[in-house]
Design a protein around this ligand. Sequence first.
Ligand code: ADP
Ligand code: ZN
Length: 678
Amino acid sequence: MSAAVLLKDVFGFDAFRPGQQEIVEAVIAGENTLAIMPTGGGKSLCFQLPALARNGVTVVISPLIALMRDQVRGLREAGVEAGALTSGNTEEETDAVWAGLEAGTLRLLYMAPERLASGGTMQMLRRVGVGMIAVDEAHCVSQWGHDFRPDYLRIGELRRLLDVPLAAFTATADAETRAEIVQKLFDGVEPSTFLRGFDRPNIHLAFAVKDGPRAQILNFAAARKGQSGIVYTGTRAKTETLAKALNDAGHTACHYHGGMEAEDRRIVERRFQQEDGLIVCATVAFGMGIDKPDIRWVAHADLPKSIESYYQEIGRAGRDGAPAETLTLFGPDDIRYRRQQIDEGLAPPERRAADHGRLNALTGLAEALHCRRQNLLRYFGEDPQPCGNCDLCDKPADIFDGTTAVRMALSAALRTDEWFGSGHLIDILLGAKTEKIAQRGHDSLPTYGVGKEYDKRQWQAIFRQMMGHDLMRPDRERHGALRMTEHARPILRGEATIQLRRDSIKAAKGTGPKIRQMVSEEDAPLLSALKAKRRFFAEQLGGPAYIVFNDKTLIEMAEKRPMTIDQMAGISGVGAKKLESYGKAFLEVIAGAVEDVHPMRRKLAGRSEGAVFDRLLAAQADLSRGPDGADKPMSLNASTLAKVAQLRSADMSGIARVIGEKQAERFGPAFLEILRDG
Ligand code: ADP
Ligand code: ZN
């Protein structure tokens, strides 16, 4: 089957997402590939579909058992033979996987990297005819990332041993990690590399300066009550206090961090995966294990560590393509904290410089003056139009020429030999009479009192933006004193100007949360009913709801309201197998009672042959007693009619071969006419 047919029939999708098609083609062609796609971009499909188009079983190395099990389950729901060899298997499960491997019917074999440590596994894989290797979360080979998994280093060995193509996937885009992947998985030989489709247009981007951050988070969650979300925090302690605050506010929330017992963490992961509407307050440790497509929002209570981390974390929202929202809070303390983390880390100096650069890109995004998405995607090498789906497109920033203010601030720092933090520098600029100023004689500096045009709060915003644009950095050796960077020199010399934004903090306050709906008011009751039906099936399966249908598919059903099995087949996410399992039940929710459809006819749903079948059926009924209604009754069964509907070139003898000579005498001419114009 061609890729397009597999896409529709097995996965139920009408089109590839941006970037998927090129990758799928390269992988099917047997090239070594490295694909960098954002979280939620649809990586799994890029190896699952080729696995069906190629010979042999595809071995998928993936770091997390829970995630593998969900993918295997999802594939089985779509009618694909897939299995996993993990430590969590029951004996029967393992036996079934082995049987499938021996029989050559298994198409995808998921495996944790730890398995590769056993020589027996390597030999077994050599024997069963592996056609390719797919590596999910390939950045786990990188020693400097916090996801490092030593067993990933064995994958290179596996590739050499089996001598089959390898396709590696990751959401981590930075050049250092990419180079490490090429080195360790491909022995340094550049694979076909795909770095595209970075946009996730359904995710709304927004940043806000911290101003009572707990209330900001509570407001954001209140406007999205009942929807699944994640709140990322910078510290473990905060995950607990925020979860409590959310529970007190009537949400269902729990916390998650790397210091918890493995078992407790697993419970949270499972609950989040399966429940609708749970909020998890977590550190970045909550990440790779989550494969939930219907996360409707992600909030950062603290600034992430780099632009890549930011994008990966918000990218967990809205994988199903339905609208999702994000909010990232930040303040000067966050920037200081992140710089310090980098400076105190163990990475070699080049890596640290690169990390500062990645943080700069994020703070620049936080302080952006125009479309956030444009700013973000430019970092990843794309050059899009303003997006219309970010806070700055919703409401343009209030901008002013900050050149003079920045020069005053730099001058205050330089004239005090770069030994002070923003608090004291602001006091100098405002001409405040503090003890510290009197003691040091700073009231006699030429910059003393020159900044009265702005108040304290405005100066804080100016200093924060200067840090955001990396004009000043806190110096660890000077206990956080602000020092000018090279970026600031042109402004100081009068060779460059800079625009800053006036914060709109006051405007944002006091407005109650506006409730966000996923569909129009008119369709909301139907969507709830569809979700209830989905929950029913999910509970029967003992799995997460989206395994049945994801949110985007339900939204499309609620909006388009399919009334027939054909229209149902046209909904994105409804493949042949799912149509068979759930089509009728969901149609009934939408359209009330529906007629039973012959299974043969259901197989033709959504295709032109379906309509042909219906006309053949009608013609047959008309002619069952012959043209005059006087002959002996004669009829054909549904599977015979389906075969006729699928005849490629129609002539009398072809029809007779399918339905028999005698039957062809009665029905042939009418069928021929239908086939010729159908
Ligand atoms: P990730 O890149 O994070 O691994 P997934 O592979 O989990 O992303 O895909 C995210 C979601 O997108 C899944 O729910 C998947 O079913 C859906 N998806 C993938 N490809 C398509 C497509 N071509 N059309 C519609 N939905 C898709
Ligand atoms: Zn925008």
